[in-house]
Structures are given as structure tokens and as C-alpha cells.
Design a protein. Structure first.
Length: 312
């Protein structure tokens, strides 16, 4: 009883902390977005012609080109948001100097003095800094969504790399004692309407909750000997010792029915056996992925008939 109370208290404290961090992250994101919008407006306004038909600041054409490339790349590349802001600033400053030395500046602007170049570099650095701040806030928001999903569905599915020793051990044991071992890949059906709805709002709360919830459903159906993994492609991977292909198909059907009943989602599955169809884990995984297909609509009677047929 005390453990249950402590668990509830811990969850409440964790949820409160996540909610507070989420509020702070959203506030910071709004500020970064507003700052970036103001920055772009200033650059565009300064480049417009005033009442004497000349720009307030006559930026060269490659300045706008650098801005158009630097800001989206800085925002979209996850690796750039994980490093210090000075790294992308130095990278894009170096790119700008290359353009400065390679192109004829006088063809697009009459501002050739050093002060104009310094001002352009300042504007470029400000833009990269604001974009980096916004990308960092987005990454923080995604991590908070993951934490919130894990608090709601506490099952943790490890990735493949973290379980390499266990995978090697199971393959060695199967080979030494000549016991069956199968691998099952489960993936949400891309043709399903509900899955399309989930994909249309990627990186938000629905996607995080759906992935973790489906993992929780699969965890509840696993045996103690099964090894449950995830990959970078959004697939669930189950290594099943002492299991032949017929049993894996029935297991996949149970998983499919449970996921559909609890979430309304359809799944695809692919399976492969060791060592008949592959000799390494990578080959086993590759073979199973190539077989990904929607599950047949088994009824309970059909499942029983298949079991009796396999046994007989």
C-alpha cells in the first residue's frame, strides 16, 4: 500500500515538473519565434526602397541567399541544435566569406566598405542565433513530450544497440543447442487512416503517446524470455527464443488484435527464423522487414484450427 502511495506521489510530482518545464519551454519558444519574425521583418524592411528610391541598406544578393539557406538548415538539422550556438555561427560566417571572395560584390550593391560587410555579418549571426534558439526549444519540447508519454505509459522499450550483448547471447544459445529462434517486426500500417492522421501531426503529443502506448500493449503480451526492442524507423522488434515460425504468426495475430482493440490502429508484421533464413541478427532483421505485410483477419476459430493443424 505504501509503495502504491509513493508511486502515485512520485507520478504527481513528475507530472507537475513536466507541466512546469513544458510551460517554460513553450514561453521560450514563443519568444524565439517572435524574435526571429522581427528579425526577418527588419531585414526585409531595410532592403526595401525608401522615398528616394534607394534601399536603406543595400544588401548584396548573396546575403539574402545565405539567409535563405542558413536559417532553414540550422533549424531542421537536429545535430546543429545539440552543439553550441557558436558552431553554426562560425560555419555560416565562413560560408559567407567564401561567397564574399568568390562573387563580384559590385554587381548587386554599391556598399563595398568594411562597415557594410561587418553589418551584414552581424545580421547573419543574429539570424543564426535566433534560429538556433528556436530549434533548441523545439528539441526540448519533444523531450518533454517523451517524458510525459513515459509517465503515462511507463513501459520502456530499449533500442537495438543497448541490447547487443543479449542478442548475441540468444543467437549463440540457439546455435549451440539447436533450438528454434524467430524474430518478429511490428509496424503501424501506413495505409491505415488513423495512422495517416498520426503522421500528419508528427512530433506532437499524439505521435509520442501512440508509439509509447503501442509499446506498452506489446509489453503486456510478452513472455519473460522475449526480448523487446525498437529501431530508428519506428518499428517494434521482438526476438523470440524457443519459438518457431507458426508460433510467431499466432503471436503476431494476438498483438495485432490487442493493438486494434485498444487504439484502433492496424499493423503490419514480418518474421524470420534463425538459422534457417539468416545467420546474423542484421540479416534476420533485414529478412523480416522485407516481409512486412498486413496481418490476415484471423477469427478465434481460425486460430484454433491453425494450432491444431500445426500440432497434428
Amino acid at each position: 500500500m505504501y509503495q502504491r502511495i509513493e508511486r502515485k506521489t512520485f507520478v504527481r510530482v513528475s507530472m507537475f515538473t513536466i507541466q512546469k518545464d513544458g510551460t517554460d519551454a513553450m514561453t521560450s519558444f514563443k519568444r524565439s519565434f517572435l524574435g526571429l519574425a522581427i528579425y526577418l521583418a527588419i531585414v526585409l524592411i531595410l532592403g526595401q526602397k525608401d522615398n528616394v528610391d534607394s534601399p536603406i541598406i543595400n544588401f548584396p544578393s548573396y546575403f539574402y541567399l545565405t539567409i535563405m539557406v542558413a536559417l532553414p538548415v540550422t533549424f531542421l538539422l537536429p545535430s546543429l541544435s545539440k552543439v553550441s550556438v557558436y558552431v553554426p555561427i562560425l560555419v555560416w560566417t565562413g560560408m559567407y566569406f567564401i561567397l564574399l571572395q568568390s562573387l563580384d560584390r559590385t554587381k548587386s550593391t554599391d556598399s563595398t566598405d568594411l562597415s557594410a560587410i561587418v553589418l551584414e555579418l552581424i545580421f547573419l549571426g543574429m539570424g543564426v542565433w535566433l534560429t538556433h534558439q528556436m530549434a533548441t526549444q523545439v528539441r526540448l519540447a519533444e523531450s518533454l513530450l517523451d517524458a510525459l508519454a513515459l509517465e503515462t505509459f511507463p513501459s520502456h522499450v530499449p533500442d537495438i544497440e543497448s541490447e547487443r550483448p543479449r542478442i548475441k547471447l540468444e543467437l549463440t544459445r540457439s546455435r549451440r543447442y539447436q533450438r528454434p529462434l524467430s524474430l518478429l517486426v511490428i509496424k503501424l500500417d501506413a495505409d491505415d487512416y488513423t495512422t495517416k492522421k498520426v503522421k500528419s501531426i508528427r512530433n506532437d503529443l499524439m505521435e509520442h503517446f501512440t508509439f509509447v502506448q503501442v509499446g506498452q500493449i506489446i509489453t503486456e503480451l510478452l513472455r519473460q524470455t522475449d526480448l523487446f526492442l525498437r529501431d530508428q524507423q519506428g518499428c517494434y522488434i521482438i526476438l523470440c527464443p524457443e519459438t518457431n515460425m507458426s508460433s510467431v504468426e499466432l503471436f503476431a495475430t494476438r498483438i495485432s488484435q490487442a493493438i486494434e482493440n485498444k487504439t484502433g490502429l492496424q499493423v503490419q508484421y514480418g518474421a524470420a527464423s534463425f538459422p534457417d533464413e539468416a545467420l546474423t541478427f542484421e540479416d534476420l532483421l533485414r529478412t523480416a522487414r522485407t516481409r512486412l505485410a498486413p496481418l490476415p483477419n484471423f477469427t478465434n476459430d481460425a486460430i484454433l484450427n491453425k494450432v491444431f493443424k500445426d500440432v497434428g
